[in-house]
Design a binder for this molecule. Sequence first.
Ligand SMILES: [Zn+2]
Ligand SMILES: [Zn+2]
Length: 214
Amino acid sequence: MTSPRSSSTEVASRVHRVPLIGATAYVILEDEITVIDAGLRGSLPRLHAWITSVGRSPQEVRRFVITHAHPDHIGGAADANILLHPADRERPLRFNAGTIARRLSRLPATIDVADGDVVPVLGGLRVIHTPGHTPGSVCLYAEREGIVFVGDALWSDDDGALHPPNPYWSEDLPSARRSLDTLAGLRVGTILLAHRPPLERAERALRELAERWH
Ligand SMILES: [Zn+2]
Ligand SMILES: [Zn+2]
């Protein structure tokens, strides 16, 4: 199994940034294929076309790891294991972004993940529960590679500064702030966001946001 090392989509070793409908997926090409987030419903053909374009088969997709159950992250997930924190599956309905998400995306059958779980990807991809944007938001930390996938738990601007998650679409900003403290303790070089370019100098960016956001 080879991956296209010089591909413009490769943002870390074996990790590819693939735009789907509504959000970016990160496709990890190992012997098995793992996909972080899945775009809106209708994204699956686009994902499969990309996988085929790099000489792999969509049948090699072993799992989706979903950072949270908003429709632009889980809508396209199908035909593989779908890992999701149960707080985004079982939360009570409320009139907020979460309610809208549940109405728009009929959730597929999912496999629970919990804080501290390690998915066998990239030498060990650790699940970090980071509630705030949604109750079941998780970040995924590949310590060996020094990268963390944050979904929508954080935002960034064009100057490379980190920001809190979008307040309109986030359910609990105080929780999101506490989650930032968890992330700020990581040894990490690159933050991979769902709607923004990769952000380098990650530890410094996390520290600066923690100082600014009270
Ligand atoms: Zn999103
Ligand atoms: Zn979201």
